[in-house]
Design a protein around this ligand. Sequence first.
Ligand SMILES: CC(C)[C@H](C(=O)O)[C@@H](O)C(=O)O
Ligand code: SF4
Length: 460
Amino acid sequence: MSKTLFDKVWDAHVVHTIEDGPQILYIDKHLIHEVTSPQAFNELEKRGLPIFRPQQVLATADHNTPTKDQHLPIKDELSRKQLSQLSENCEKHGIQLYELGHKYNGIVHVMAPELGITQPGMSIVCGDSHTSTHGAFGSIAFGIGTSQVAQVFASQCLLLTKPKSMRIKVNGKLKKGVLPKDVILYIISQIGTNAGTGYFCEYAGDVFENMSMEGRMTVCNMSIEMGARGGIIAPDETTFDYVKGRKFAPKGQEWENQLDNWKSLPTDSDAKFDKEYTFDAEDIEPMITFGTNPGMGIKINGFIPDQNDSSLEKSLKYMDFKKGESLIHKPINYVFIGSCTNSRIEDFRVAAEYIKGKKKAKNVTAWLVPGSRQVEQQIEAEGLKTIFTEAGFELRQPGCSACLAMNDDKIPAGEYCVSTSNRNFEGRQGQGSRTLLASPLLAAATAIEGKIIDITTHLN
Ligand SMILES: CC(C)[C@H](C(=O)O)[C@@H](O)C(=O)O
Ligand code: SF4
C-alpha cells in the first residue's frame, strides 16, 4: 500500500496497536527543558519509578535563562530555582544536560538539530509545542503535555491516536526578499489557525525542496500555529549534508545504513492525504502580522482587513490599529531577532547583510538573541558581531529571551515590537506588549528605519 512520509515513520515506531483504539509509539529522543519537566520528575518520584532509558533523554536550559551576564548567578529567584531544579533532576537520573554556560547550551529546538541529535526517520518529543521544528528533518516530532513527559520518562513510549494527514504544496520561485518566515506566515494567513487541528502536515513542492535546513525549521516550527500536531518535510541531500559530521550524527558504516533507510522515507507518488492545499510561490510577499494570533497577517504593502468580525475588532483594539489601514510608516521602538523560529546563523546573516554599513534608528531598542552558544560563536567567527555592534544593535546571549518573556527580556506595555518569533498573543512579550511577527529581514529593516517600511521597494 502507498504510504506518506509520515505513515512510514509512524508505522516504524508502533510497538502495539489496540483494536479500534490508540497505538503505543516508541520514542527515539526525548528532549526536556526547565519549564515542563519538574512535575514529570515529581510524578516519577511519587510512584517510585526510574527513568527507563536516560540515554535517550537530553536536557537544556532555555526559557528562564538570562541573556546577559550568563557567567554570574541568576538574579531572578524563580528562574534560578527552575534551573537548579533541572540540574538536580538530571544529575540524579543520569540525564545529559547542557546547562547555562555549556558550549552546547541553547534553545532546545536550535541546539538539538545543530548537534545532529535530530535525524530523519526518528520520533522526537518534548514538553514544548514548537517541537514541530524537528520535522524539518523528516522526523515525527511533536509537543507533549507534562503527564506525557512522565509517560515517556517511565516507558520511552506514548499512547497515541494517529493524526490525520495533510499536505501543503508550494510550487514556483520565491520573490526577492521573501523568506521562509514569510512563506509560513502567508500559509497561516490563508488557511487560518485551526486548519491543521487533528492533522500532521507535510510541506512539499519546489519551494521547500529549494529551502535550506534553517528555512525548513522555520516553517515546521510554526506548524503548531495553524493547529497541526506537527510538520514534516521529506529528507533529501540538503538534509543529509546538514546532518553529516555533526556531533551525534551516525558515522562510518552506520551512516551508510541510515542513509539507505532515510532515502526510502519520502511519500510514495500515489499516497493519499486526508486534506491538501496548494499555493503559488509568486503570490507570496514579505509578510507582517497586525493582530493577536499568527493567522492575522498581511502582505507588507497590504491593508488590515475591513470586516465585521468581533475577534478582529478585539485584536485591533489591543494593538491600537484600525480596519483598512496600512502598517507602513508605523513607528516601532523595539525589534527582536531571535526565538526558535529565527535565531539560526542564516537568520543573522540575512539581518547582517541588510544592516551592514547602516545605523539603527535612535528610537529603537534592537535585541539580537542567538538560539545557541554555537550560533553565538558563529556570529563572531563570521564577523557579524562587528556589523551589529557598529550599527548599534545589542547582541545578547542565547535563550528564549523576549519570545515569551519568562526571563528579564520584556517589551514594555503599550510598545510595539517587530519580532521574528512565532506568537503574537496578548502580552506574549511582556504584559501589555504588542507583537508584530515578521522575517529577520523585515525586523532588521524596521530597526534601521525606526518604523515599518515596504521592504519590497528597499531591495537592490
Ligand atoms: C513553556 C512552553 C511550555 C511553551 C510551549 O509549549 O510552547 C513555550 O515554549 C512557548 O513557546 O509558548
Ligand atoms: S523560543 Fe519561544 S517559542 Fe521557542 S521554545 Fe522558547 S519560548 Fe517557546
